[in-house]
Design a protein around this ligand. Structure first.
Ligand SMILES: Cc1cc2nc3c(=O)[nH]c(=O)nc-3n(C[C@H](O)[C@H](O)[C@H](O)COP(=O)(O)OP(=O)(O)OC[C@H]3O[C@@H](n4cnc5c(N)ncnc54)[C@H](O)[C@@H]3O)c2cc1C
Length: 391
C-alpha cells in the first residue's frame, strides 16, 4: 500500500490528523493496533481547551460535542475547607473549556473517517518505521495475520507513549527530559449527578482530590494515591469516604454518592522527547510528550501537534516550501514546554509528596493564597488552564 501520510495510532492525535489532512485534500492511511471497541471505550481525558474546541469545529467534527458537551467557565480551588472560584472568561477575555470525553471525541472522528476519509485499519500493528531519513519512509505492520509495508512520503507517529515510532529516532540525536512522581491517581466513574457544576481541585494534607464529570448524570473523580497502588484495594465506600474528607468545606457542601462503575490507577509522569522530527518521521501527542493529568493538557497538546503538522504539510503542498515542516519540532516544543511547566506547577501545588515537610505544605498554601488574592496570579492560572495559543 502507498499513501502520502502514514499515521500510526488512532487515538485523538492520529484520528484528528487524518481528518485535517482529508479536509486539505491530502491522503493518509491510519494504522491502529487495537480494535475499534477498545479505542472507543478507553477512559482518559475529559477537558477540551478553547483552542481544541475551535479546531474540532473548523474540522467539521463538533456536531455532537456542541450538542452534548458541557461548556465550563471556571474551576473551583479548595484548600483549608475554603472554596475559591476562578472565572475563566472574565480573566482571559472570554476563553473557556468544554467537558466532553476523549472517548466521544474518538467515536466522532472514527465515524467521520470511516464515512468520508481514507483507510483506517484496526488491529493493524505497526512494527517499525524504516528509512525515516529518506524521501520515502515506510511503515512495516501486521494486519490480519500478515506482514505488510505502507510506503509513505511522510510518517506521523501518533502511537502514544508505548508506541514504536519514537524508536526510529537514532539514540545519538534523541534527548529525553523526564520526571516521575511518587504518587498516582485513583480514578472512578460513578452513576451519580456531579455534586458541583464545575471541576473542583482540592489540596489536602492527606493528598489531592479532583471532582469532575463526564455528563450531567456521570461523576468522574480522582484521589491521589501512593505509587504502585492497586485500584482493587480500595472499596467503593473507602473511596467515597476519602473524597468526602479531602473535599470537605466549612459551608456544609455535600458530596453525592452513587454506584462506582469503573476504577483505575494512573501513574504520573512528565516526559519530553526532543526533537519531535527526524527526517520525514514526525512525532505527535503522547508519542513525544507526557504531562501529569493535573493540568488537563495531554489531549490538547496532541491536538496542537497535529494542527501544526497539517498546516505545515498544506503549506508545503501549496507553495513547495518546507519551511514550516522544518520548523515543526521547534514550533511544537515551545507550546509543549509551556504545558509541561503549567502541569508541573499545578501538580506540585496540589499534591502532598510522601516526603513533604511542613515547610512544603506552607509553600503550597502560600501559592494558593496568592492565586486567590492576586488578579495577576489568578489570570496566569486561567490562561494556562484554558490553553496556550497555537502559533
Ligand atoms: C486517566 C487519564 C486522564 C487524563 N485526563 C486528561 C484531561 O483531562 N485532559 C487532557 O488533555 N488529557 C488528559 N489525559 C491525557 C490524554 O488522554 C492523552 O494525552 C491523549 O490520549 C494523547 O493522545 P494520543 O493520540 O497522542 O495518544 P493515545 O491516546 O495514547 O493514542 C495512541 C494510539 O496508538 C495506538 N498504538 C500504539 N502503538 C501502536 C502500534 N505499534 N501500531 C499501531 N497503533 C499503535 C494505541 O492503541 C492508541 O490507540 C489523561 C490521561 C489519562 C490516562
Amino acid at each position: 500500500m502507498r499513501t502520502t501520510v502514514g499515521i500510526i495510532g488512532a487515538g485523538p492525535a492520529g484520528l484528528l490528523l487524518a481528518r485535517l489532512l482529508h479536509n486539505a485534500g491530502i491522503d493518509s492511511v491510519v494504522l491502529e493496533s487495537r480494535d475499534r471497541a477498545y479505542v472507543e471505550q478507553r477512559q482518559r481525558a475529559g477537558i477540551l481547551e478553547q483552542g481544541t474546541v475551535d479546531v474540532l469545529r473548523e474540522a467539521g467534527a463538533a456536531e455532537r460535542m456542541d450538542r452534548e458537551g458541557i461548556p465550563h467557565d471556571g474551576i473551583e480551588l479548595r484548600f483549608d475547607k475554603r472554596r475559591h472560584r476562578v472565572d475563566f472568561p472574565a480573566l482571559t477575555g472570554g476563553r473557556s473549556v468544554m467537558v466532553y470525553a476523549q472517548t466521544e471525541v474518538c467515536k466522532d472522528l472514527i465515524a467521520l473517517q470511516l464515512a468520508e476519509g481514507g483507510p483506517l485499519l484496526f488491529e493493524a500493528e505497526a512494527l517499525a518505521v524504516e528509512d525515516a531519513e529518506s524521501e520515502h519512509p515506510r511503515i512495516r505492520y501486521r494486519h490480519e495475520g500478515r506482514e505488510d509495508v505502507l510506503d509513505c512520503d511522510y510518517v506521523v507517529a501518533c502511537d502514544g507513549f508505548w508506541g514504536v515510532g519514537r524508536k526510529a529516532v537514532p539514540a545519538d540525536v534523541s534527548q529525553v527530559f523526564e520526571r516521575t512522581y511518587p504518587f498516582g491517581w485513583l480514578g472512578i466513574l460513578a452513576d451519580v449527578a456531579p455534586s458541583h457544576d464545575e471541576l473542583v481541585y482540592a489540596r489536602h494534607d492527606r493528598g489531592f482530590a479532583l471532582l469532575s464529570m463526564r455528563s450531567p448524570s456521570v461523576t468522574r473523580a480522582y484521589l491521589q494515591v501512593p505509587e504502585g497502588t492497586d485500584a482493587a484495594d480500595w472499596s467503593d465506600e473507602e473511596i467515597w469516604d476519602e473524597l468526602d474528607r479531602r473535599l470537605e468545606t466549612e459551608d456544609g457542601w455535600k458530596l453525592e454518592r452513587g454506584p462506582i462503575t469503573a476504577k483505575s490507577v494512573t501513574p504520573m509522569r512528565s516526559y519530553v522527547h526532543e526533537p519531535m522530527r527526524h527526517g520525514r518521521l514526525f512525532l505527535a501527542g503522547d508519542a513525544a510528550h507526557i504531562v501529569p493529568p493535573t493540568g488537563a493538557k495531554g489531549l490538547n497538546l496532541a491536538v496542537g501537534d497535529v494542527v501544526t503538522f497539517a498546516r505545515a504539510l498544506t503549506h508545503r503542498q501549496e507553495t513547495g516550501s518546507t519551511e514550516l515542516l522544518d520548523a515543526y519540532s521547534e514550533t511544537c516544543l515551545r507550546r509543549v514546554w509551556q504545558a509541561e511547566r503549567f502541569s508541573y506547577a499545578m501538580t506540585t501545588m496540589l499534591h502532598t509528596a510522601p516526603d513533604a515537610s511542613p515547610f512544603d505544605g506552607r509553600i503550597q498554601r502560600a501559592l494558593l493564597d496568592r492565586i486567590t488574592t492576586s488578579g495577576a496570579a489568578e489570570t496566569d492560572l486561567a490562561e494556562g488552564y484554558t490553553g496556550f495559543p497555537l502559533d
